[in-house]
Ligand binder design. Structure first.
Ligand code: GLN
Length: 304
C-alpha cells in the first residue's frame, strides 16, 4: 500500500474544507493556535512512517490523553476500575452534567470528562508523583523525551474550567472522588495539556494496535486482553456523542481531543494521527474526521 501517496492525495482533497468549523476557545490558550494547520502521520507495525503536512508540529492533545490515563488506571486497578465508571457510550457531550446527576456520580465511560476526572483521582491515589509518572509513560510510549505539559494551557483551563469543577463536585458528593477536588482537577488539566505532534501520537498509539506483543512501559503493564478491550472502548466511546458517526464513516477505534487531534488504530496494521484545530459542533476536528473517512474508504481497510 502506497500510504505516502494516499495521505498526500487525501490532504489535498480536504482543501475545500479550509475555514470550516471553529477552534476551541473555551480554553482561552487554545484560541491562540493558528487554526489553519493540518497534518497526518501513519506508523505501521512493521516500523514504517508516512507523514504529510504539519505532522511534526506539536499541539494540545487534550482528551486524547484519556487513552493514556485509561492504560495507567487499568494497569493499577484492573477490573476494579469498572466499579467507579461504566463502559457504555454516553450519547452526550464530553462535558455533560445531567447524565452524571441521573446516574448518581458514576460516569458512563472513561473517555468523557467525568470518567477521566475519576481516573485522575485514581492516579493521584496510587502514585506519589502522578504528573511525573504520567509524562514518563507518554514519553516512553512515543519514544520521545522532549514531550511535555504546557503549563500555560493547563493553567488557562483550570482557571476557567467551571464545568469540569461542577463535574468534580458532583462526583465528590457521590463519593466517587477520594482526594481533594482541587488536586484532582489540577492533574486532570495537566494531562490534557500535553503537547505532541501527529508523528509522536501515531507512535504512542502503535502499542495499542498490537495486542499480541507484551504491553509493558515502565510500571505500566497491560494484558493482551486489556489492550484489546481498550480498543473496544475507543470504538464505542472515543468520540462522545459522535461515536456512532465516526464508527459509521471511518470504522476504526480512535480518540479525539478539542485541540483538533484524532488518533486511530487499525488493529495489527497501523496507528494514525491527524490534526487540524477547526472543530465541528460535537468537538471533533472537521478535517481530521474527513481524512480518516477518506483513508479507510480509499484503502478499503477498516475493521468492518
Ligand atoms: N480539557 C478538555 C476539557 O476538559 C478536554 C475536552 C476534550 O478534548 N474533548 O474540557
Amino acid at each position: 500500500m502506497n500510504y505516502q501517496q494516499i495521505l498526500s492525495d487525501i490532504l489535498n482533497q480536504t482543501e475545500p474544507l479550509a475555514g470550516e468549523g471553529c477552534q476551541a476557545d473555551y480554553i482561552p490558550a487554545l484560541a491562540e493556535v493558528n487554526p489553519d494547520q493540518r497534518g497526518i502521520c501513519l506508523h505501521t507495525l512493521e516500523g514504517k512512517q508516512y507523514a504529510v503536512g504539519d505532522a511534526d508540529v506539536r499541539f494540545s492533545i487534550q482528551s486524547i490523553s484519556k487513552v493514556f490515563a485509561l492504560a495507567m488506571a487499568l494497569s493499577l486497578e484492573g477490573d476494579d476500575l469498572w466499579r467507579r465508571m461504566g463502559k457504555e457510550p454516553s450519547g452526550t457531550a464530553f462535558n455533560s452534567l445531567f447524565q452524571l446527576e441521573m446516574e448518581r456520580g458514576v460516569p458512563r465511560n472513561p473517555f468523557i470528562n467525568a470518567g477521566a476526572i475519576v481516573m485522575a483521582d485514581i492516579l493521584v491515589t496510587h502514585l506519589l508523583d502522578p504528573e511525573h509518572d504520567f509524562l514518563a509513560f507518554v514519553r516512553q510510549l512515543s519514544g520521545c523525551d522532549t514531550i511535555d505539559y504546557n503549563r500555560t494551557v493547563a493553567f488557562s483551563e483550570r482557571s476557567t474550567g467551571y464545568l469540569n469543577a461542577a463535574i468534580a463536585n458532583l462526583l465528590k458528593y457521590h463519593g466517587n472522588i477520594h482526594n481533594d477536588i482541587e488536586r484532582v482537577l489540577q492533574f486532570y488539566c495537566m494531562m490534557c495539556s500535553i503537547e505532541m505532534s501527529c508523528c509522536e501520537l501515531a507512535q504512542a498509539f502503535l502499542p495499542f494496535a498490537d495486542h499480541r506483543r507484551p504491553f509493558k512501559f515502565g510500571k505500566v503493564q497491560l494484558t493482551s486482553s486489556q489492550v484489546k478491550r481498550m480498543n473496544a472502548i475507543m470504538q464505542t466511546c472515543g468520540f462522545y456523542d459522535e461515536a456512532g458517526e465516526f464508527s459509521y464513516l471511518v470504522g476504526l477505534p480512535g480518540k479525539s481531543g478539542v485541540g483538533g487531534g484524532i488518533a486511530a488504530i487499525y488493529p495489527q496494521r497501523y496507528a494514525v494521527a491527524v490534526w487540524s484545530p477547526r472543530l465541528n459542533p460535537k468537538g471533533n476536528s472537521v478535517v481530521g474526521m474527513k481524512v480518516l473517512e477518506l483513508l479507510t474508504t480509499e484503502t478499503k481497510e477498516s475493521i468492518f
